[in-house]
Design a protein around this ligand. Structure first.
Ligand code: ATP
Ligand code: MG
Ligand code: MG
Length: 550
């Protein structure tokens, strides 16, 4: 598997360092604050911050905030949190493209002065018509030959707020016959009479992405501007601005393939629709492929970073099997999550040869290999085991199960032997009677009749009811994005079940966001917001085995 130390961009950087084009590597991660980061962004975060780390350089965080009407401080805060949670630290202060609005404006004036930009009055529809098509050259705008003086005057008046939104735009004068549509006199500035979350009401004209990005890179001394493949066609324009403006540096753009995951949508617009239409509880709903959703689901930063290493970086967009993400998650939790006990479908077992008030604390390590400490578990006369661990009749198939006359080991505790059971009117077993085999704490019975199975259990009198939120995939279709229908049609309406389970008392006392393997049940995490000692809440992160997917 590829990893960041070997990807093609790392090779380019190594060459650039070797031949002296750059002495210090500077990358940037440039989110637009118009939504929460998703798993695709995690790939870009890991790549940009990872390259800076690998080459001893730095990585800036720059909010690409040129569309104020869709952006907000809430999104800025969430993005900062997500990057920090992933374990990365941006260099110095946070940057905003809007920090450069004055400079960008001056550069727009430079372009007008050098005859490289003009104010155009075509409506959006007309401009589209004039632009031509892939097979047909565009036509010059009737406003293309305005004089420098006229353009300077009109642009100043655009800025002063004299014209309505859409009435005029500033365009670069490049080549209406270019085979690259991005070079057919692209828009640099448009009129938007909206408040900006950083610059307030200072501006009523805003630069667009293309006019902002490369120059912002140049201002910040970015050496390698890494973006996704859909910007490949924008690179000539990126370079045109750098060649035609007195910028302080010459950054270079490199493109890599974006991450697409099956059973997942990775588009902020679609994720926003899921939130707005209340299909999920919010951007950080544990079913969301947002970083904050994954966090709440129980992903660890390490599992996300390992996943990004596993998928590697290439120059093609591919579909990644969600099983790879699940593997990275399960592998990390298997290695690192403490083990604890939770009974989801309780069946009461009464150990009749113990006194009513028997209370013995049994000590249990949280992990079989790592030193994660231990806890004391109350062992009492009445306990819960899982309904599925008891069978009314013995059979070879069920030899690890608890059946009358047979023995079972209670994990971290004693061996018990079933004597009889009771059923309700529907025929369900509702209670099992048993005897404890003396002297079996940590050792086998003296009589040599060793139990075949080990089961998890919780004290019935000291265990604590907990809310478990059992999540499944949010989409029933492998590519909800790429079908003919609306992706909303493929929402799994049954993706959350809430049940009450019994947990050992220690679990009520853990803080939020603690990962556990509930032995024989799955990986769970204490909910980031709702978990409390008097009302424990755990989210199902992922099942124990490959066939129990997200
Ligand atoms: P979306 O398409 O979801 O709206 P975006 O590309 O518009 O995403 P930005 O905030 O502009 O979102 O993205 C910040 C950075 O993250 C960009 O450099 C972008 O290329 C990268 N990025 C976004 N989506 C992915 C993805 N699926 N895989 C890899 N990188 C991505
Ligand atoms: Mg973008
Ligand atoms: Mg976008």
């Amino acid at each position: 598997t590829a990893n960041t130390s070997a990807n093609f961009i790392a090779k380019i950087i190594q060459d650039d360092l070797d031949n002296g084009r750059v002495t210090q590597v500077v990358t940037r991660f440039p989110p637009e604050p118009n939504g929460y980061l998703h798993v695709g962004h995690a790939k870009s975060v890991c790549l940009n911050f990872g390259l800076a780390e690998q080459f001893g350089g730095r990585c800036n965080l720059r909010f690409d905030d040129t569309n104020p009407e869709k952006e907000s401080q809430e999104f800025i805060n969430a993005i900062k949190d997500d990057i920090t949670w992933l374990g990365f630290q941006w260099a110095g202060e946070i940057h905003y493209a809007s920090d450069y609005f004055d400079q960008l404006h001056d550069w727009a004036v430079n372009l007008i002065e050098s005859g490289n930009a003009y104010v155009c009055d075509l409506s959006a529809d007309q401009a589209r018509e004039y632009r031509g098509t892939l097979t047909e050259a565009g036509k010059p705008s009737p406003y293309r030959e305005r004089t420098v003086e006229e353009n300077l005057d009109l642009f100043a008046r655009m800025r002063a707020g004299e014209f309505d939104e859409g009435a005029k735009v500033l365009r670069a004068k490049i080549d209406m016959a270019s085979p690259n549509m991005n070079m057919r006199d692209p828009i640099l500035y448009r009129i938007r009479k909206v408040h900006h979350h950083q610059t307030g009401d200072k501006w009523c004209i805003y630069p667009n992405y293309d006019f902002t990005h490369g120059q912002s890179d140049a201002i910040e001394g970015i050496t390698h501007s890494v973006c996704t493949l859909e910007f490949e066609d924008h690179r000539p324009l990126y370079e045109w601005f750098l060649a035609n403006l007195p910028v302080p540096a010459q950054p270079r753009q490199y493109e890599f393939g974006r991450l697409n995951l099956d059973y997942t949508v990775t588009s902020k617009r679609k994720l926003k629709a899921l939130v707005d239409e209340k299909v999920v509880a919010g951007w950080d709903d544990p079913r969301m492929p947002t970083i904050s959703g994954m966090r709440r689901r129980g992903f660890t930063p390490r599992s996300v970073r390992n996943f990004c290493d596993m998928i590697g970086v290439s120059r093609s967009d591919g579909m990644v099997d969600v099983a790879m993400l699940e593997h990275a998650l399960r592998d990390d939790l298997n290695k690192n999550a403490p083990r604890a006990m939770c009974v989801i479908n309780p069946l009461k077992v009464v150990i009749e040869n113990l006194p009513e008030d028997h209370l013995e604390m049994v000590s249990a390590d949280y992990h079989h290999e790592l030193d994660l400490g231990s806890r004391e578990m109350p062992f009492t006369r009445e306990i819960f085991i899982d309904q599925d661990d008891f069978k009314e009749e013995y059979s070879k198939k069920f030899k690890k199960k608890f059946t009358p006359g047979k023995r079972i080991r209670l994990r971290h505790s004693y061996v018990i032997e079933a004597t009889s059971y009771e059923k309700d009117e529907q025929g369900n077993v509702v209670l099992v009677r048993a005897n404890l085999i003396e002297g079996t704490l940590g050792t086998n019975p003296a009589d040599g009749d060793n139990p075949k199975g080990v089961v998890h259990w919780v004290s019935a009198s000291h265990g604590i009811p907990a809310e478990l939120r059992l999540y499944e995939r949010l989409f029933t279709h492998a590519s909800p994005d790429k079908t003919d229908g609306d992706f909303m049609e493929y929402v799994n309406t049954d993706s959350l079940k809430v049940v009450t389970a019994w947990v050992e008392p220690a679990l009520a006392n853990v803080g939020p966001e603690n990962n556990f393997q509930f032995e024989r049940e799955g990986y769970y995490v204490s909910d980031r917001y709702d978990h409390a000692t008097d009302k424990p809440v755990f989210n199902l992160t992922i099942g124990l085995r490959e066939d129990k997917s997200l």
